[in-house]
Design a protein around this ligand. Structure first.
Ligand code: FAD
Length: 511
């Protein structure tokens, strides 16, 4: 087969990776690639260079995470106390959703698991039967994450009986996390170059990218380019014109207004998500301040109205002027195109309702490492990467749509439209299956497992009409007794747990 100049670049081994962008995505990518690829033999060692522009800066928001971030830090060998100190982090056990189902109601999406699951029959089936029998008690009474979040308590519980597992994540300052990982990456030999990319050099004019061209004329050559340039998508969109799949017909919010405020006297170990007339507000407790913001739809709410809602609902004094961020929900059509892989905001945007963007960065780097080319980039590797990336993002998208769609709010056209809209077919099937008999099917690549779907579905008011036949196993009297015992058992560690603030102070050595 004749090789064109375009093919030639694709088929040579990767000796140098160039990362464009020094936001959370850029430095997470640099850190993990340096850690893992640094283990290759001397002859095949892969050089990593990161280019970032001080003039452009980073997006500077993004404060809530989900538990897999612990694995990311663990692979890097990061000490948890040092990480918490450096990034001003706090513990996150859950998200409390307020006014999402109906105004005045709230529920928690925790990282925990309610009750104890039997093979083939999750706890929510027993709870559904109990509810039908008129047995009192909330589903969440059987979830230690919920009980601890409510009580404002925390200490790691792993190593004890798995029934007391309390998975957790962090709230942190993502800009500080980026800087923390920059120091880490540079120690492992990642080269940082400051400069603004103005152009690129491409093979045979329109082929693979060969080098970034900076404003002052310097060139940064490489074999594989990771586009972490944020919403601009400098390489994946501006240079390669990959195209964007717009999801705003399902998720109409297109702006966020962010403002930091003073910290509360007590730091809650959960994120708050408070629904308003045309969007929702986040409240994220860090060690030194609260992160706050309003995600809203400009079709239903002006910027002035958004400012009124956000500032009117701040519980502590603002520390800065509110800042508006524009976004378009959707995904880059091919997250890997030619020799460019888009990671972070350049790969697409999903609003931070379930704190998934930083996770998507982690997942993308992990996927890239799994599929890392040995002797050149192949169409098969690119195809598989894009297939997995697409499914993963669509599943998170569906989970976010669920929150909006399953609402009982009557107060605004925003919520009425969302309730009446046609949702993606896969989500419609999931809702119908659960509503009928509590069945949940775990899709491959779905980061959200059965307990997450069950909590959000029931929290938003979709309670199954029927349950799995195995839940009929115990007699009514046995079921009552078992549930009462289980609730007691679940709550047992609570008395021993310190408050979240005491835990952090002890760990971080503060007064
Ligand atoms: P950026 O931070 O924008 O970084 C882009 C980098 O590219 C910068 O270094 C910039 O200088 C560089 N660059 C761009 N163009 C050029 C050029 N021409 N030349 C050289 N360098 C260039 N995620 C979560 O997981 N949890 C959250 O709670 C959360 N909240 C969010 C709230 C809001 C309102 C928004 C908008 C996002 C939120 N996110 C959240 C997402 C999170 O902020 C991002 O995923 C994360 O910060 C990664 O951003 P990034 O590195 O892709 O882009």
């Amino acid at each position: 087969m004749n090789k064109t100049q375009e093919d030639a670049n694709v088929t040579r081994p990767i000796r140098k990776v160039v990362i464009l962008g020094g936001g959370t995505a850029g430095w997470m990518t640099a850190a993990l690639l340096a850690k893992v690829l640094g283990a290759t033999t001397q002859e095949r060692r892969i050089a990593i260079e990161l280019v970032e522009s001080d003039d452009i800066g980073i997006i500077g928001v993004g404060e809530a995470t989900i538990p897999p971030i612990q694995q990311f830090n663990a692979v890097l060998g990061i000490d948890e106390a040092e990480f918490l100190r450096e990034t001003k982090a706090t513990i996150k056990l859950a998200i409390r959703f307020e006014n999402w189902g109906a105004i005045g109601e709230s529920y928690y999406h925790t990282f925990g698991t309610a009750g104890r699951n039997l093979p083939f029959c999750s706890f929510h089936h027993f709870w559904t039967r109990a509810r039908q029998l008129g047995i009192e008690g909330s589903y969440w009474d059987f979830d230690l994450n919920y009980l601890s979040a409510q009580a404002g308590k925390f200490a790691p519980t792993t190593g004890n009986d798995p029934i007391w597992d309390m998975p957790y994540a962090y709230h942190f300052d993502s800009a500080l996390y980026g800087q923390f990982l920059r120091r880490y990456s540079e120690r492992l030999g990642v080269v940082r170059t400051e400069g603004t990319v103005r152009d690129v050099q491409r093979a045979a004019g329109v082929g693979d990218i060969m080098a970034l061209v900076l404003a002052d004329g310097r060139q940064v050559a490489g074999d594989l380019f990771i586009d972490c340039s944020g919403g601009r998508g400098v390489l994946i969109q501006q240079q390669l014109g990959t195209g964007y799949e717009d999801w705003s017909h399902w998720l109409p919010c297109d702006r966020a207004m962010a403002v930091p405020s003073q910290r509360h006297a007590q730091t809650a170990p959960f994120t708050r998500s408070i629904a308003h007339g045309a969007g929702w507000q986040w409240q994220i407790p860090l060690q030194h301040r609260n992160g706050n913001g309003l995600v809203y739809s400009s079709r239903f709410c002006s910027d002035d109205e958004a400012a009124q809602v956000l500032l009117g609902h701040l519980e502590t004094s603002a520390l800065d002027e509110p800042r508006i961020i524009h976004f378009r929900t959707g995904r880059t059509r091919r997250q890997w195109n030619r020799n460019v892989v888009a990671i972070g905001l350049s790969s697409g945007f999903l609003e931070p309702l379930e704190s998934t963007s930083i996770y998507l960065i982690q997942s993308a780097i992990t996927r890239l490492l799994h599929l890392f080319p040995h002797d050149g980039i192949t169409a098969q590797l690119i195809g598989e990467y894009n297939r997995q990336s697409q499914i993963e993002m669509e599943l998170i998208r569906d989970f976010i749509i669920l929150h909006y769609h399953a609402n009982q709010r009557r107060d605004s056209a925003f919520w009425r439209d969302l309730r009446q809209m046609e949702v993606p077919e896969r989500l419609a099937r999931k809702i119908a299956l659960f509503a009928a008999n509590g069945t949940l099917v775990q899709d491959q690549y779905d980061i959200f497992m059965e307990p997450s779907w069950a909590q959000v579905l029931m929290g938003q008011g979709i309670v199954p009409a029927d349950y799995h036949p195995l839940a009929d196993g115990p007699s009514e009297a046995q079921l009552r007794r078992q549930l009462a015992q289980l609730a007691q058992l679940k709550a047992r560690p609570l008395d021993q747990l310190p408050s979240h603030d005491d835990y952090l102070q002890r760990l971080l050595g503060q007064p």
